[in-house]
Design a protein around this ligand. Structure first.
Ligand code: PMP
Length: 351
């Protein structure tokens, strides 16, 4: 006999982007480069010295001190977890829950709604404007709806554009509760909401090591917010949630920020090259982006273009059935060779 799942989860599909085998994988917005050599050697050396027989530091003190220095933010307002997804889940566990609501501005990162659902939090959505921007209208929406939680994504996934910090500040001022800004892609461009932190005590800015730090496999994310909010997150986190290996990986990464940053320029150059090339293609419309990916309308049925690219060994992501990005595809900026392969395959498919 199969045990019965929570009835409200019966219709919930697991979050799973299609992952067919392909030599060129431009579908999940990772960094295309392995860790720089000095960084990898330091990590290996550091890992050898970890006493794995003991539980990790529950408070991840050394890592959080490093993050505080890196971000120029007070230590007791920094918290870390297994990827920014776990940080977001902890925020929803602490501030969502039965009878409470979270406001999302769509189209956006679909995990926000999925995490809300798992955390029994009702979702209220309001579309972004026609250029996927957050505006005064969204602050009005929040003032009217009074959700306990608001999540803004900037740069927004899958659209790519960063939101104006003034619009984010207006949402914070309108909100009766917590405003989370998911900045998973902030290192690639666009203005950050971090500069608003000193004057807004209901703001939490979530970041990750998965993208700009080349460490998607390490699963490390963090939040910059107020000490009171960090205390609330400590109520819902599992004991020893962040392994010694993960904490050490983050500490090592912070010693190699400059090397990781060198890769950012290369990735931005490929992103800009993709936008330029797509703009020049007949009928293809790329959207402006501050992230390491480009959303575009291929001017043909998206599923056919997606399949045509896959047949040529290039895997990208189909967003054509998401409300607000109908007909669109999203491609991650990879290495120059990967961009070559993508543009060559797309030219063939559209020919
Ligand atoms: N936020 C956004 C907007 C993302 O696109 C992603 C990754 N797809 C995440 C958060 C989660 O990243 P991670 O858990 O690897 O930090």
């Amino acid at each position: 006999m199969k045990p019965s799942i929570r009835p409200d989860l019966e219709s919930l599909a697991p979050y799973r982007a299609p992952q067919p085998e392909a030599p060129v994988r431009l579908n999940t917005n990772e960094c295309p480069y392995p860790l720089p050599e000095g960084f990898a050697n330091d990590l290996a050396e550091t890992a050898r010295g970890i006493g794995l027989n003991r539980y990790p530091d529950r408070e991840a003190t050394a890592l959080r001190k490093g993050l505080a220095d890196h971000a120029g933010h007070p230590f007791d307002g920094v918290w870390a977890a297994n990827g920014s997804n776990e940080v977001l889940e902890q925020l929803l566990l602490a501030y969502g829950g039965p009878g409470r609501r979270v406001a999302l501005f769509t189209p956006t990162y679909v995990m926000h709604a999925q995490l809300a659902r798992v955390c029994l939090t009702e979702v209220v959505t309001e579309p972004l404007d026609e250029a996927f921007r957050l505006t005064e209208r969204h602050a009005e929406h929040v003032r009217r709806e009074r959700p306990e939680l608001v999540i803004v994504c900037s740069p927004n996934n899958p659209t790519g554009n960063a939101q104006d910090p003034d619009a984010v500040a207006a949402v914070c001022e309108a909100a009766p509760g917590l405003v989370v800004v998911d900045e998973a892609y902030a290192e690639f461009g666009g203005a950050s909401a971090v500069s608003l932190l000193p004057r807004l005590d209901n703001l939490a800015v979530v970041r990750t090591f998965s993208k700009a730090f080349s460490m998607a496999g390490a699963r490390l994310g963090y939040v910059l917010t107020s000490p009171e909010i960090v205390e609330d997150l400590q109520r819902v986190r599992l004991p020893y949630h962040l392994s010694s290996l993960t904490q050490a990986a983050g500490e090592v990464a912070l010693r190699h920020v400059a090397e990781a940053a060198e890769l950012l320029d290369a990735i931005r150059a490929q992103r800009d090259r993709i936008v330029q090339a797509l703009t020049a293609m007949d009928g293809v419309r790329p959207y402006p982006t501050d992230a390491n990916f480009v959303l575009f309308h291929p001017g043909r049925p998206a599923d056919e273009v997606w399949q045509g690219l896959l047949d040529r060994g290039v895997l990208i992501r189909d967003f054509s059935t998401l409300a607000g990005t109908e007909g669109c595809l999203r491609v991650t900026a990879g290495t120059p060779e990967e961009t070559d392969a993508f543009l060559r395959a797309l030219t063939e498919v559209l020919a």
